[in-house]
Every structure is written in structure tokens, then in C-alpha cells.
Design a protein around this ligand. Structure first.
Ligand code: FAD
Ligand code: ZN
Length: 486
């Protein structure tokens, strides 16, 4: 068992002397926001929150914690959805003050940004040089680039540009012993040994602390066209996706799916939302085409392909935004979906992926299994189906006690994840493992893969001080994985 000593007053004094007293926070009121996560599923404890202002100060902090055997939980914007940033003792290390964009190289099409840069600011800075940093999440105003890298975040643009992993060329990382690995290279080709950066991307703070990154930039789109379509089923919507992939792959930027229950919730609870189509349909898709070519007629293109899809019986009805304002109104229907689900009572959530060819099978099988397991449940399978990524959420039956419903989370996990596994899918597509899926990972991940993961963790963090108990539990005193909803 690894012993995580409590930060002694002496350690906090040493850190205060180097970081400055205001950046070693022990006041419970100021610490409160760092101890909970965005869904309020876990409430943690920490003896202090430290806010270093430079890579050197992060390295100093980690080095001192390594000497004292004190656990560290790195935090960016604390918008993660799997409990990965919640501390259970030790220190929270906030990267928020490392928020400088160190360099933009327009010819190399790269930006070197510190881990604490807010995603929205990174995107704005790229835009000012007529370039695009394509990662986009609804949490862009709060999440930070270090957190995006640590979770290998996805979002709606993955279809065209890939995950965060595909958008990074180099990293600077503070290791568990306080050394700094400077891998800040902006190279498209570099076969000089193992690809170390990809060890840290998606490692959720368990292998090292990312302090800066060289990000890939792309040509900024100058025209966009957005459509909202109604289909008779998820299967028809997926057939439409396959057709668009064939005909318009070079401009297809997003293909987001939602069922009628999702649109019902959005229209009922989402402020300023308007029904996009006259009639009701079983399934809907939001489609975006974009191009850096200002002369591209993407609206015309959508009219043609969707017209053909209506004739072929894949689409029942469609609307195409006639202006940027209308496009944004269509996107709002998708973006508000995350927040409105909570207003329909308890929601049990899964973030899974299957091969794109199995998405419709998965949705049909999982919805049927849930209805059998608990009559009256209201499944809401939505998301980035073009990547095979389904947010398979289940709203409680009307009138049922919320706590009693949420207590069934493990039962629904087994049901849904078994179907995912039978289709050779993944129990985490884009949110990560953190705490909430740690035990599920043990159940579903290949044992050899788990063994390799433990080997890497022990090699890079032998004292288990970096975000202990997350992703993998190496300690018998690791925090419990199951949330205790309040
Ligand atoms: P945090 O929550 O602070 O941390 C996340 C994890 O990374 C933790 O384990 C933490 O310890 C670790 N970590 C943070 N910073 C570092 C660092 N510098 N070095 C090492 N480890 C670190 N996610 C998606 O993938 N797609 C979506 O579409 C999406 N939509 C969202 C919508 C909403 C409304 C919300 C609230 C969340 C959404 N998320 C989504 C989840 C979340 O925004 C992402 O996981 C995001 O990448 C987390 O960034 P963060 O800075 O908030 O990280
Ligand atoms: Zn998502």
C-alpha cells in the first residue's frame, strides 16, 4: 500500500514561500469549488489548493510533494464528467495561472499554449491569425487545454478533425519526481523513438502534469451550412450519414444525432429554442458542412443531397439555415441537450462507442433492453454518431423516486456495457475513465492491456502520487468508484 502523507504545515510553508501565500489556498470557502465536479456526483477533500504560475513552479511543487509523499490532483477547468479531478486528500494543483499563449507560428500552423489556457481563448487566438484550432466542446468557456489533452476530449468536430490527440504535436510535462520533459516540438514527422506525448494525452493526470503543448492549427472555414433533418429511425439517419460520407466527405464537419425524446426535452426546457421542423419525427440529425473556400456553395450542396435523400426515403423532412443566426439556432438545439436532461429527473449516463456500422444496432438493442429491465424508462441516445460515439443516457420513469432510480446505475451499466462489449466497442468514447468508470474498466478491458497500463503507471509514478485511485486503483485505500448522488 502506498502511504500518502498528509501535507504537513512545513510543506505548505515551503510552497507558500515559492508560489506566494495567495496561491496556497487553505480557506474552506475558497477551496469549495475545487472539491466537487460538474455533475455534483462526488465531493472530495484536500488540505490545500495550490496555484503555481509557471512550469518551474509546477516542477517545484511536484518535487516537494514527491519528497513528502503527498498526492496531487491536477485540475484545469474542472469540467470533466468522470470524477477525475476530484481530490481525496493531498493537494489540488490548479493549472489556471499557466494561461499564456507562448507562440503562434502561422507558417508551421502551430500554437504553443500553456495548459491553463481556456479553450475558447485558444480558438479565438487562432482565429485572429486566420487559422482554426478545431477542438470544440460546449464547455469551451471553462475547460482548459491541459484538461482537454489529459482527457483526450472529443466533441462535435471530431468527425472532420479528430480527437485532441490528433491536434497536438508536442508537450511539456512535469513528471512525478519533479523533472520537466520538454517535448515542445512542432514537427509533423518525428520517428526518434517512442511517442511519449501520446502516453500523457488521455492519461487523466495519472502519469504526469501537462504544462504546455504545441497545438496543430488548420485553415479557418469561411463558409458553413447547417441542416436539421427528421428521419423515421436511427437506422435511416445512419444511412444518410453513410451517403454524406461518400458524397461530401471533404466538407462534412459534424453529424449529430438525437431522438424525438431529446428534442422534446430541449423544446420543453431550453430557453429560446424553437421547433425546427413542422412535423414530428422519430429521429433527427444536425449536419454541418464547412469550407475554407469562401466561394463554396455549401447551402446549395445541402439542398441537392438532402433533396436526393428525401427522394430515396432516408429523410422525411429537412430545414437548412439561411443565415448564421439560423445556423446557431439549429446548433442550440443540440448544445442545450446536456443541460436540459437534468430537468427531467434522474439521468443515468453512458458515453460509449461502437463501429459506425453498428450504431443503429446498438441503439435498438440497448433501448429494448432498458425498456425490458425497467418499464417506463426514457432512453435518450444522442451524440456524435458519425464517430460511432453515442451518449446513451436514460431518464427516469415519470413519477419514480430519483434516488431509487439512480441507485440502479450499476445495473444499467452492466446491461448497456455488455451490449457495447458484444459489438467490440468501448465503455468510454470521449469522457475518460476517472473514478466513475474505474471498476467498469476492470470488468471490460483486456487483461493484458490492464497489465500494460499498470506497468506504465508504476514506471512513471512509482510512489503513486499523481491522481491516485483514478483510471486504475493500485492502492487498497483508493476512493470508492461509485458516486454517492446528493
Ligand atoms: P478537468 O475537469 O480540470 O480535468 C479533467 C481530468 O484531467 C482530471 O483527471 C484532471 O486531473 C486531469 N487534468 C487536468 N488538467 C491537467 C493537466 N494540465 N495535466 C494533467 N492532467 C490534467 N468532453 C468531451 O470530450 N466532449 C464533449 O462534447 C464535452 N462536452 C461537455 C459539455 C459540458 C457542458 C461539460 C460540463 C463537459 C463536457 N465535456 C465534454 C467534458 C469536459 O469538458 C472535458 O473532459 C474537458 O476536456 C475537461 O477539461 P478541464 O480543463 O475542465 O479538465
Ligand atoms: Zn459528446
Amino acid at each position: 500500500m502506498t502511504v500518502h502523507a498528509k501535507p504537513s504545515a512545513q510543506l505548505l510553508d515551503v510552497l507558500s514561500a515559492r508560489l506566494g501565500e495567495p496561491h496556497v489556498i487553505t480557506d474552506p470557502g475558497q477551496m469549495a469549488g475545487y472539491l466537487v465536479e460538474s455533475r455534483n456526483l462526488y465531493r472530495g477533500t484536500a488540505l490545500a489548493v495550490v496555484r503555481p504560475g509557471s512550469t518551474g513552479e509546477v516542477a517545484f511543487t511536484v518535487g516537494e510533494c514527491a519528497k513528502a509523499g503527498v498526492a496531487i490532483v491536477p485540475q484545469g477547468g474542472n469540467t470533466g464528467l468522470v470524477g477525475g479531478g476530484v481530490p481525496f486528500g493531498g493537494l489540488v494543483l490548479s493549472l489556471a495561472r499557466l494561461d499564456r499563449i507562448r507562440e503562434i507560428d502561422p507558417v508551421n500552423a502551430t500554437m504553443t499554449a500553456e495548459a491553463g489556457c481556456i479553450l475558447q481563448n485558444v480558438r479565438a487566438a487562432a482565429g485572429e491569425t486566420n487559422l482554426l484550432f478545431p477542438l470544440w466542446l460546449p464547455s469551451e468557456g471553462s475547460c482548459r487545454i491541459g484538461g482537454n489533452l489529459a482527457t483526450n476530449a472529443g466533441g462535435a468536430n471530431v468527425l472532420r478533425y479528430g480527437n485532441t490527440r490528433d491536434l497536438v504535436l508536442g508537450l511539456e510535462v512535469v513528471l512525478a519526481d519533479g523533472r520537466v520533459w520538454n517535448g515542445l516540438k512542432g514537427l509533423r514527422k518525428d520517428n526518434s523513438g517512442y511517442d511519449l506525448k501520446n502516453l500523457f494525452v488521455g492519461s487523466e493526470g495519472t502519469l504526469g502534469i501537462i504544462t504546455a503543448a504545441v497545438l496543430k492549427l488548420l485553415p479557418k472555414p469561411h463558409v458553413k451550412a447547417t441542416a436539421f433533418v427528421g428521419c423515421a429511425s436511427a437506422r435511416r439517419a445512419l444511412e444518410l450519414f453513410a451517403r454524406l460520407r461518400q458524397s461530401d466527405d471533404d466538407t462534412l464537419t459534424a453529424f449529430e444525432y438525437m431522438p424525438d425524446f431529446a428534442l422534446y426535452m430541449v423544446l420543453k426546457h431550453g430557453r429560446g429554442t424553437v421547433r425546427p421542423l413542422v412535423g414530428e419525427h422519430a429521429s433527427y440529425a444536425l449536419i454541418e458542412l464547412s469550407s475554407p473556400d469562401a466561394k463554396a456553395d455549401l447551402q446549395g450542396r445541402l439542398e441537392t443531397v438532402l433533396g436526393e435523400a428525401i427522394e430515396a426515403g432516408l429523410v422525411e423532412d429537412a430545414t437548412i439555415g439561411a443565415s448564421e443566426t439560423q445556423n446557431q439556432a439549429l446548433w442550440r438545439l443540440r448544445e442545450t441537450l446536456s443541460e436540459v436532461q437534468g430537468l427531467e429527473g434522474g439521468s443515468i449516463k453512458h458515453d460509449v462507442s461502437v463501429p459506425v456500422s453498428r450504431v443503429a444496432d446498438f441503439i435498438e438493442e440497448a433501448e429494448a433492453a432498458c425498456a425490458t429491465a425497467m418499464p417506463g424508462v426514457r432512453p435518450c441516445a444522442f451524440g456524435h454518431v458519425g464517430d460511432g460515439n453515442i451518449h446513451f443516457n436514460i431518464s427516469q420513469p415519470l413519477g419514480m423516486d430519483k434516488a431509487a432510480f439512480l441507485a440502479q446505475w450499476p445495473t444499467f451499466n452492466r446491461l448497456v456495457h455488455d451490449i457495447v462489449a458484444s459489438m467490440n466497442g468501448s465503455i468510454s468514447a470521449e469522457h475518460g475513465i476517472g473514478l466513475i468508470k474505474r471498476d467498469e474498466l476492470l470488468h471490460y478491458k483486456d487483461p493484458v492491456a490492464l497489465d500494460l497500463m499498470r506497468t506504465l503507471k508504476r514506471a512513471l509514478d512509482p510512489a503513486n502520487i499523481l491522481n491516485p485511485g483514478k483510471v486504475l486503483a493500485l492502492d487498497e485505500d483508493a476512493p470508492p468508484a461509485l458516486p454517492s448522488p446528493e
